[in-house]
Design a protein around this ligand. Structure first.
Ligand code: FRU
Length: 350
């Protein structure tokens, strides 16, 4: 099983176009002036035999981002006229700015970007847009509206559902207080703020559910090991561990075990739910993570919209929100089978 097979998530994802930009103005000669916020030249994009797409990835070192790139490659493979070049910013904002500048030099026809952090990438994205090159922003956001469209799941809703799940656990177990610790993603990336705000909204109705400590581990499993170790040392009385992604949850589980805590008494909640051998769904099946939320990468959808923009002269919706799904013991196996393409037993494969 490879992350490529996560493509099969596609049919399950409901696309909700929640707002629409003005219609495209046709396919006549481009003037080079981008209409504000659409990045599409006034006369439309001229017809070409092939199109070059630059894909600027925040950090290829993370499994979820490898899945996004794989989905983009697989979807683009169905369109021989598309060539996609990838750049890895390795979680470095300055490198990502340089990657995008480099794409402009190469003469890309469209930019797909999943920005490392919002503020530092906003200007370069606006620059691409101003040059009449359409920009699809994936998952993490930039500031303002100088891009063609954004595609991603609603991180605040995901956080809120996680909070409601935690609050229900606290109530069921009659825990008062019910101590929650939170391990957060990179602070300047928009999902970290949204997932943090979301859980606070989700637990608001249960006053016994309290976030007693929060720390940042920048989305990274290796950082989350020492961070969670220190958190358990300072707060051994923990009932719920909420982390902003599954790799950090796995790290927290290891630290809790090393600290001699009873894993059965702690609720571990993550986000991503990759259907890979070491991904979140498998972890739920194996009884480590208790709940996780599907966070679709939007890679396949980005290519669909790129084709519409480049080849069909369409101005897409300004925002496309992808659906999530709660993964718990009861549905994990079923979802794993669904995402990996069949009713086979979900055994870890190479
Ligand atoms: C990978 C990742 C995912 C997370 C997403 C948020 O870089 O940390 O695990 O869901 O980014 O942008």
């Amino acid at each position: 099983m490879t992350v490529r097979q996560w493509l099969l998530i596609g049919p399950l994802v409901l696309l909700l176009a929640i707002s629409s930009a003005p219609a495209a103005s046709g396919q006549s000669t481009p003037t080079g002036d981008a209409a504000a916020g659409t990045c599409i030249p006034e006369g439309g994009i001229p017809e070409q035999d092939s199109y070059l797409i630059g894909m600027s990835q925040a950090n290829e070192g993370e499994p979820w981002r490898q899945a996004m790139n794989d989905q983009i490659s697989s979807a683009a493979a169905a369109h021989p006229e598309l060539e996609v070049v990838f750049a890895d910013a390795a979680q470095n904002n300055a490198k990502q700015v340089a990657d995008v500048e480099n794409f402009l030099q190469q003469g890309i026809d469209l930019l797909i970007i999943s920005p490392n952090e919002a503020a530092p990438l906003t200007d370069v994205v606006a620059k691409v847009c101003a040059e009449g090159v359409p920009v699809i922003v994936l998952d993490r956001k930039v500031e303002g509206d100088q891009f063609t469209m954004w595609i991603g799941a609603d991180n605040e809703v995901i956080g809120q559902r996680a909070g409601e799940y935690a609050a229900a656990f606290c109530a069921e177990q009659a825990l008062d207080p019910c101590n929650i610790i939170e391990i957060r993603g990179l602070e300047g990336s928009t999902p970290a703020k949204e997932r943090g705000d979301g859980i606070r909204a989700g637990i608001a109705a249960n006053p016994s559910a309290t976030i007693i400590a929060e720390q940042n581990a920048d989305w990274l499993r290796e950082k989350a090991i020492p961070v969670s170790q220190a958190m358990f040392q300072a707060n051994p009385d923990v009932d719920v561990v909420y982390t902003h992604n599954d790799p950090m949850t796995e790290a927290a589980i290891i630290s809790a075990q090393n600290a001699g805590l009873n894993l059965d008494e702690i609720l571990f909640i993550g986000i991503d739910a990759l259907p890979t051998p070491d991904g979140g769904i498998r972890s739920v099946i194996d009884g480590r993570i208790d709940a996780t939320y599907v966070y679709p990468t939007g890679g396949a959808e980005a290519i669909d919209y790129a084709v519409q923009i480049l080849e069909q002269g369409e101005t897409p919706p300004a925002e496309v929100v992808l659906e999530t799904e709660e993964v718990v013991d009861e549905n994990a196996q079923e979802l794993f089978d669904k995402f990996t393409g069949g009713g086979a037993e979900a055994t870890p494969a190479a």
